[in-house]
Design a protein around this ligand. Structure first.
Ligand SMILES: [Zn+2]
Length: 369
């Protein structure tokens, strides 16, 4: 939707994941609703949250139920419809293009092709830097060869962007210069596989080097910032910690996308204003804050230049995240623009132009889609 009610022709979700198409019981469904580590305690339910209320309000009608249907009625209907429920929700989101971070290893997730087929959207892959390097180590690439092999993989990738999860591994105080080859070899030499032969890169030199390498190769770099699951120490995921890295990478002009950002989204808006190559969004926070997400969107837009704001759902596992992320974002943005047009602060033409930029044009330009 736009301030003139005409609706942008395209909606680019620049950060999301695959979903689960198989049936989920109530415990499994609630465990995937939000970022909590464990399912709700007995006699509690995650439906009693801003997210749950929005889900009952907006997703229930998509499944043929009245708005505000109970959680039990919703889950019963969802199970009756099977995959059709997920199809309706993803297709109904209006998302036309999805950039998919395929770095989460959960064998219940559908393929990229399934997600595209279900939604009718074009899908593009985003490669997760730490996962890429861990995969090379698992394939017996030596610590001495790791750097060269990562560079080679990034130069030849079909992905439209790289993603760093340094926030989860070492925090966001990334270095203001690219670590040298000798430093990378020395850090890699100390890596050891964990139980089951799995590798996990959680070293500041290596995480910093990976982020710098994406920039040097010229791949747009997504960085997880702020809110996420309980693997994360949230105080180390403050985007202001990235300031030296952003200052040092600005001359490259390679776009850097700060993902999620909540509750630091005002700081992310400042960084998008301060640095020419920085973009920001409030994905994940939108569906989690439900009807109050309009406030979060407004707070991002206080400072962030309109050509630096992107749309994302950060949908993961549940098709409901796609639907809610898209519907709530469009409603929140639209409500703000309609109000400003009504107050004669913006013209209607400007409001329409701004919503088209945020919903698709900024992403199309930044990722060269
Ligand atoms: Zn994500």
């Amino acid at each position: 939707m736009s301030a003139s009610g005409q609706g942008s022709p395209s909606l680019i979700d620049h950060h999301a994941h695959q979903i689960i198409l198989d049936e989920l019981d109530r415990t499994a469904f609630e465990a995937l609703l939000n970022e909590a580590a464990a399912p709700p305690r007995p006699h509690n339910t995650f439906f009693d949250s801003m997210l749950g209320m929005s889900l009952r309000r907006w997703c229930a009608p998509v499944l043929g139920l009245p708005p505000h249907a109970s959680a039990d009625a919703y889950l019963t209907r969802r199970a009756e419809l099977g995959r059709e429920a997920s199809r309706r929700l993803v297709a109904g989101s209006g998302v036309t293009d999805i950039l998919v971070d395929t770095g989460i290893s959960d064998e219940r997730l559908c393929s990229l092709a399934d997600l595209g087929g279900l939604s009718g959207a074009s899908t593009y892959r985003v490669t997760r830097l730490e996962t890429l390097a861990e995969g090379l180590l698992a394939a017996d690439v030596s610590s001495a060869d790791l750097a060269d092999r990562v560079v080679e993989a990034l130069q030849t990738t079909d992905a439209v962007a790289a993603k760093s999860v340094a926030a989860y591994r070492v925090g966001l105080a990334l270095p203001s210069r690219q670590p040298s080859g000798a430093e990378v070899r020395e850090a890699a030499r100390h890596l050891r596989p964990g139980p089951g032969g799995t590798w996990r890169i959680a070293d500041p030199v290596l995480c910093g080097w990976l982020a710098w390498t994406a920039i040097k190769v010229g791949l747009p770099l997504q960085i997880h910032v702020g809110y996420g699951d309980t693997d994360l120490d949230l105080h180390r995921a403050d985007p202001l910690l990235l300031t030296p890295f952003l200052r040092a990478t600005e001359p490259s002009a390679v776009p850097i996308m700060l993902l999620h950002n909540y509750p630091f989204h005002r700081s992310a808006g400042y960084l998008a204003q301060a640095f020419g190559h920085v973009f920001c969004d409030v994905g994940l926070a939108v569906h989690n804050t439900g009807a109050l997400s309009a406030n979060v969107i407004r707070e991002l837009l206080e400072l962030a230049p309109f050509d630096k704001v992107l749309f994302s759902t950060d949908a993961y596992a549940l098709a409901e995240h796609y639907y809610l992320g898209a519907v709530l974002f469009r409603r929140g943005l639209d409500r703000m623009l309609v109000e400003l047009v009504g107050a004669d602060e913006f013209t209607r033409a400007d409001a329409d132009r701004i919503s088209a930029m945020i919903e698709s044009e900024n992403a199309r330009r930044a990722y060269r889609l």
